[in-house]
Write a protein that binds this ligand. Structure first.
Ligand SMILES: [Zn+2]
Length: 264
């Protein structure tokens, strides 16, 4: 969407469950502005449960992985993520370039770069509440933070390591530190943990990818390897059985299988 506009006293449009996987690009300096992977200019509208996976690369300003400019104070971006490279000149953010609205429960995992006002989540924020958002370590050059020009503050836009993303911690946090539906909130974020874990939280519920705050054990059942699992009571990895290299000696078995992890 180029322009998601609120007219007169009406509510703005809703962009929901939408995604972009195609490159967005443009050239020009200050005449190219408000460019986003999902929406360019969100003026009083709502963007929720959307994501962008492709590069957003322009030479202008107000550029974001999900939205270029989240304007007007009543605009909201909720439960969105970006994993496409974001590049521009000024006011560049992993989720949103320029913000005076609300940004909540979002994350960015791709590199964000520009000359001025660059942030892992938001490039430039004009007093809009940005809460419970995260960005991957190393995605913002020169140690700039989650919100351009500001130090990270807990509860706003916070840096997270790859391991913490993969562990399920970020998915849990994005859901408001909940793993059950309540009357006020439904779960938006999911992630498969353990073997073949999703590297990052996803918006799609499949079988058994709800994230619970519960211990994850290694396959031997004794080594605690994580604090989040896909079962409410906790979980453990499966053994990784492989055929032993040598034939068994002194038994009637020719070969046996051994777990590559715990050697059971
Ligand atoms: Zn094992």
């Amino acid at each position: 969407c180029g322009y998601n506009e609120r007219r007169y006293n009406e509510k703005g449009g809703i962009i929901e469950n939408s995604f972009n996987e195609g490159t967005v690009s443009g050239t020009g300096d200050y005449d190219v502005l408000n460019i986003g992977g999902v929406c360019g200019y969100n003026y009083g509208g709502t963007i929720k449960s959307c994501y962008n996976t492709a590069s957003v690369s322009v030479t202008g300003k107000k550029v974001g992985g999900v939205c270029g400019d989240n304007s007007d104070g009543t605009s909201t971006i909720t439960n969105c993520f970006n994993e496409g490279t974001v590049r521009g000149k000024e006011t560049i953010g992993g989720v949103c370039g320029n913000n005076s609205g609300t940004i909540k429960n979002c994350y960015n995992t791709a590199s964000v770069s520009g000359q001025y006002s660059v942030g892992g989540v938001c490039g430039d924020n004009y007093e809009g509440p940005i809460t419970n958002c995260y960005y991957l370590s190393g995605t913002v050059a020169d140690g700039k933070g989650g919100i351009g020009g500001k130090d990270d503050e807990n509860g706003k836009a916070v840096e997270m390591s790859k391991d913490r993303f993969k562990s399920g911690e970020v998915a849990w946090l994005l859901n408001g530190s909940k793993s059950v539906f309540t009357e006020e909130s439904t779960l938006a974020w999911y992630q498969k943990l353990g073997e073949n874990a999703d590297a990052y939280p996803v918006l799609k519920s499949t079988d058994h990818n709800t994230v619970y705050k519960a211990p994850l054990f290694s396959c031997d059942g004794t080594t605690r390897i994580g604090e989040y699992a896909n079962k409410p009571e906790g979980d453990k990895l499966s053994h990784n059985y492989q055929m032993a290299e040598k034939a068994d000696e002194g038994t009637s078995n020719l070969y046996s299988e051994e777990c590559a992890i715990c050697h059971n």
